[in-house]
Design a protein around this ligand. Structure first.
Ligand code: MN
Length: 426
């Protein structure tokens, strides 16, 4: 099916800012509360949020096989479960409705009033009810840096890393939408040569600059997804800040991996940008050497060129960009991750979320966490207000942004932001 919505020549009759993350070629999906406190599934063009539940009730999706209440829900799970053909039909139709020259909605003021909202009239919610969340560890630079810091630069990459997309099962209950504050966690830590562990608020609170993809039902229990089929089951992507307490993590992670150092909160951006919208930003990934096993061998252009950045904003102060990375640095692609995830017969369901792992690039500015950027606090970062950061302070807001851009079009993700509140007194 042609992705007519991707045509860079398309213009919308809506008034949109020139440099918007959300041109008519994007058409992401999200869930929001309207001014009347009604929850609905929607999309966004420029600075307008568009109520898809209302559009459907008014008959604008006629001819597409959709249940009556598909958009009148508090999550996208059922819509995502309808599969790729339906996502494409709906996205193409939305593009047509708002296409310059199509006046059927534009000239119907009553319908426009029901369908269109400005961003300050709505409140974004979590877009999916995440059943299971898996976090990978798929950037070679990040794995090398963390291996050097936590273990030994000589053996930074463990022997399995170049053969397996390493991952662990994360906690889905604490995934929160952008704008939700987080509490500094407390826990056990054991710095350096201390004989016994200490306890208290984490001193090494960090962000992780990641992206995450949302899946549809991909395989029944006992079956698996082939590498060539994997992308058919990826609905879209969000920005993802996998908050991490490095001191808690360093003490607890042996032998079963991350636990409370990660599970206190993970923030996602609220608009899911479809994999379809990113189609023209495919690029080759890093060369894979040794060659992956046949079940993980993927053709060229398995990565996507998505520029990423992380900023720190002190309370009442200006933002400072502290990291600039790119999703294209991923060693293991999304398709390889999903294929590996199901190779043992583990079933993946609609609304599941897979984090990429911290996305670090080859240069020091492109490291995707404070752990790496400051080399565990050895080289503090100076913010625009003159204060220094080794890790994240109370009342700091961390903001992730991401976008793709070529000469013709910009497709962005908006913001993934979260403010750190002081630990609750114990
Ligand atoms: Mn992570």
């Amino acid at each position: 099916m042609p992705l007519t919505a991707n045509d860079p020549k398309r213009k919308t009759w809506l008034d949109t800012p020139a440099d918007t993350d959300f041109p008519i070629q994007n058409i992401p999906f999200g869930v929001f509360l309207t001014r009347d406190d009604i929850i609905t599934i929607g999309t966004r063009i420029g600075d307008y949020a568009i109520d898809l539940g209302a559009l459907h009730q008014l008959g604008y999706f006629k001819g597409i096989d959709l249940t009556d209440d598909i958009f009148l829900q508090d999550s996208l799970n059922d819509f995502i479960a309808d599969g790729r053909k339906t996502w494409r039909l709906v996205r193409n139709r939305i593009s047509d409705i708002f296409l310059e020259g199509n006046n059927s909605l534009r000239d119907n003021k009553e319908h426009c009033n029901k369908v269109l909202f400005t961003m300050d009239e709505i409140e974004m919610q979590l877009p999916v009810d995440v059943g299971d969340y898996t976090d990978f560890y798929a950037s070679k630079e990040h794995a090398f840096n963390v291996g050097s810091l936590f273990r030994d630069p000589e053996n930074a990459l463990l022997p399995n890393w170049l053969h397996i997309p390493i991952g662990y099962h994360g906690r889905s209950s604490s995934i929160i939408p952008s704008g939700t504050p987080i509490r500094r966690p407390v826990g056990q830590t054991k710095p350096g040569d201390y004989a016994i562990p200490g306890f208290g608020p984490t001193k090494l609170l960090d962000f992780e600059l990641e992206m995450a993809f949302i899946t549809t039902d991909s395989n029944d229990l006992g079956k698996r997804v082939s590498i060539n089929d994997a992308e058919n089951y990826i609905f879209g992507l969000v920005l993802f800040n996998d908050w991490s307490a490095r001191d808690i993590q360093a003490w607890e992670y042996v032998p079963l991996g991350p636990f409370l150092g990660k599970s206190f909160a993970s923030t996602i951006s609220p608009w899911i940008v479809t994999l379809d919208a990113l189609e023209s930003f495919r690029v080759e990934g890093p060369a894979q050497n040794p060659e992956p096993l046949p079940y993980l061998k993927q053709g060229k252009k398995k990565n996507f060129d998505i520029k990423l950045e992380a900023s720190i904003q002190p309370e009442g102060g200006e933002e400072t960009v502290v990291a600039a990375s790119n999703f294209k640095y991923m060693y293991w692609s999304m398709a390889q991750q999903l294929t590996h995830h199901t190779v043992n017969g583990c079933n993946v369901r609609s609304g599941d979320m897979m984090g990429s792992g911290t996305i670090s690039g080859p240069t020091k500015e492109s490291y995707g966490s404070m752990l790496e950027l400051t080399w565990r606090g050895k080289n503090p970062i100076t913010l625009k207000d003159g204060t220094q950061r080794k890790f994240i302070n109370d009342n700091d807001t961390v903001i992730l942004r991401g976008f793709c851009q070529n000469e013709k079009v910009r497709i962005g993700f908006g913001e993934c932001s979260g403010k750190v509140l002081p630990a609750l007194p114990f």
